[in-house]
Design a binder for this molecule. Structure first.
Ligand SMILES: Nc1ncnc2c1ncn2[C@@H]1O[C@H](COP(=O)(O)OP(=O)(O)OP(=O)(O)O)[C@@H](O)[C@H]1O
Ligand SMILES: [Mg+2]
Length: 593
């Protein structure tokens, strides 16, 4: 699961074979593209022959007829090339766009389903960067790269063949030089891939920094951290620049080398060819034809060397994408999931649950936690910070599996049921409200995607949110800004409550906000919560006196353990942790003498 694994040193182009899965649906289109390509390339290969004929025959006196017909043929060939080159371009580039769109969607679909453990290790910026820059790199290969490779290979082979027919002697010279170009290509290619992977990793790091800090721009500015983070960002950008430079140098060297060899070969050919023409062993037309083919060989080889670099870069990018696609969730999926009824008559039973977060094996977050919540009951969890209250919610939602013990809903062990069935039953109002960059309607809508607008209005009314929403400039269509920055804390909470009301789940998890609201909002939020808790099984992490007073039972937790269960008055009279907490949090004074 660790995405930061160092790139392997072996030239590993195998990763590109994974593209096959993505290309498969489009085999027919590829066939068409190849067909267009062969026609265009074939026509291009005919050009030099026509040129030779024009030079050798056309310039003789009284041959106007012939030269005209040759030019006519030439024009036809040019038209053919133009039409089929355009068709090929469209088909191949479309393929590239299509496949990259598929990869992006597939990676997103995979990542959005990963459990929290994955995101504890992976920065979202890293994922974003892979979704955008890495897929774009892959696109260069699947689109243009694929096209250039095919075209250049066909042209290269075709030209070599035609060269051999024209002059075997001169072709021999060229063939000796080809390996001289290919070998360094292979050597440099490997280096390019490694460097490219490193650049991508660093770019990802800088987008991660940018993402995190832009998301917390208020905090950054109030602590005057702009300079600090700018510097950090710059450092990360600069190091990716440095690596990109090394890569560019390798490629520049490679290009120069290839050009040197190729043009030396051509000059050699011209020189030898000139001797042959002088000696009368070759016509000028033949030499011209030969030269054009030699030029095609040269440009095709150069194009292939360019593409080779791209292929290597894409392999680096593909590696990063495949790492994402290959990460598996650590929560085992039951082969035959047990059904749970969607109803409020299901009791919740925590049976000797012990759990530590995977990233913190040395510290138990819950120890021997045993609790049964009856249908319709409201149980309040109280305890100092870090006691494990939120952890109980995380486990009930099955974001993690406990190491020991089990959680039973109705009569099904939740690790044996379908995670969707489980989460359908549960509504959560988190401590920190999540608001998406959408309008009010849409934000509430996420509670239940198949709900109609009327249901949404009712949910908002029940959550005591309708009034403030109506007063917003555009009512329910008011855009809430990223993370709901345009709402107050209490308003955000009521949106979250409306969302949960809309979902209408049999089980409700409430994590009361610790942040103090003004008395009026507090009152409104409290009322909304009470409406929500009615006729549901509710687990509430309580920070307010009003909530604990309404609860059927209060569970006092400390260091991951249950230390007392009871009603407010009972617990208060026992003194101890609850009494202390009550004094601090609820402002409840008691006499402990
Ligand atoms: N994702 C995590 N990875 C590792 N440790 C975690 C993680 N989340 C919580 N913990 C640890 O588990 C313990 C219990 O945390 P939990 O969030 O359940 O506390 P809490 O009772 O909800 O506290 P608070 O009232 O402050 O919200 C804490 O020591 C915390 O540091
Ligand atoms: Mg908590």
């Amino acid at each position: 699961m660790n995405l930061q694994s160092p790139p392997s040193n072996r030239a590993n182009l195998k990763v590109l074979t994974r593209l096959r899965d993505f290309i498969k649906p489009y085999y027919f289109r590829i066939l068409l593209a190849i067909l267009a390509l062969i026609i265009a390339a074939g026509a291009t290969l005919m050009l030099p022959v026509a040129v030779r004929k024009i030079i050798d025959k056309g310039f003789l006196p009284a041959q106007t007829e012939t030269i005209n017909s040759y030019f006519l043929i030439l024009s036809a060939i040019v038209l053919l090339i133009a039409v089929f080159a355009a068709i090929r371009f469209y088909l191949v580039m479309r393929l590239g766009e299509r496949i990259v769109a598929d990869i992006r969607t597939r990676v997103y679909q995979h990542v959005i389903r990963m459990e929290p453990q994955f995101f504890e290790i992976t920065r979202t910026g890293e994922v974003l960067s892979r979704l955008t820059t890495d897929t774009t790199l892959v696109q260069t290969v699947v689109g243009a790269g694929f096209s250039v490779t095919l075209r250049s290979s066909i042209m290269l082979l075709g030209s070599l063949f035609m060269l051999a027919i024209t002059s075997a002697q001169l072709t021999g010279l060229i063939l000796i030089l080809v390996p001289l170009v290919i070998l360094p290509l292979l050597f440099f290619g490997r280096k390019v891939r490694r460097l490219s992977r490193a650049t991508q990793d660093l770019i990802a790091e800088s987008s991660a920094i940018a993402g995190e800090t832009l998301n917390a721009v208020h905090m950054v500015q109030s602590f005057l951290l702009e300079g600090f983070f700018s510097h950090r960002f710059e450092q990360s950008v600069e190091s990716s620049f440095d690596i990109a430079l090394t890569r560019l140098k390798a490629r520049a060297l490679l290009s120069g080398f290839a050009i040197l060899i190729i043009f030396s070969a051509i000059m050699g050919v011209i020189w030898i060819g000139a001797q042959l023409v002088i000696a009368g062993k070759m016509s000028i037309g033949e030499l011209s034809q030969f030269l054009i083919y030699a030029l095609i060989v040269a440009t095709s080889t150069a194009a292939l060397s360019e593409v080779w670099g791209d292929v290597q870069r894409a392999a680096g990018a593909m590696e990063r994408l495949m790492e994402l696609l290959n990460t598996q969730t650590t929560l085992p999926v039951p082969i035959k999931p047990v059904a749970i009824k969607h109803c409020i008559t299901n009791p919740i039973h925590f049976d000797k649950v012990s759990f530590n977060y995977p990233s913190r094996p040395e510290q138990q977050a819950l120890t021997d936690f045993t609790l049964t919540v009856s249908p319709g009951e409201t149980v309040a969890l109280v305890g100092p910070s870090g006691a494990g209250k939120s952890t109980v919610f995380q486990l009930l939602l099955r974001f993690y599996d406990p190491q020991q013990g089990k959680i039973i809903l109705g009569d099904a062990d939740i690790s044996q049921t379908d995670i969707h069935l489980l989460r359908e039953q549960i509504g959560i109002v988190p401590q920190e409200t999540v608001i998406f960059a959408a309008d009010v309607l849409e934000n509430i809508h996420y509670g239940k995607l198949d709900a109609g607008n009327e249901d949404i209005y009712m949910a908002a009314q029940a959550a005591a949110a309708d009034e403030f929403i109506q007063r917003l400039a555009e009512g329910y269509s008011t855009f809430l800004g990223e993370r709901g920055t345009r709402l107050s804390g209490g308003q955000r909470q009521r949106i979250a409550i409306a969302r949960a009301i809309l979902k209408n789940p049999p089980i409700l998890l409430l994590d009361e906000a610790t942040s103090a609201l003004d008395a009026e909002s507090e009152q409104l939020v409290q009322e909304a919560m009470e409406k929500l808790m009615k006729s549901r099984t509710t687990l509430v992490i309580a920070h307010r006196l009003a909530t604990v007073l309404k609860a059927d039972r209060i569970v006092v937790m400390n260091h991951g353990k249950i230390i007392a269960i009871g009603k407010h008055q009972e617990l208060l009279s026992q003194g101890g942790l609850y009494a202390r907490l009550a004094a601090l949090q609820f402002g409840e004074f008691y006499d402990n003498r």
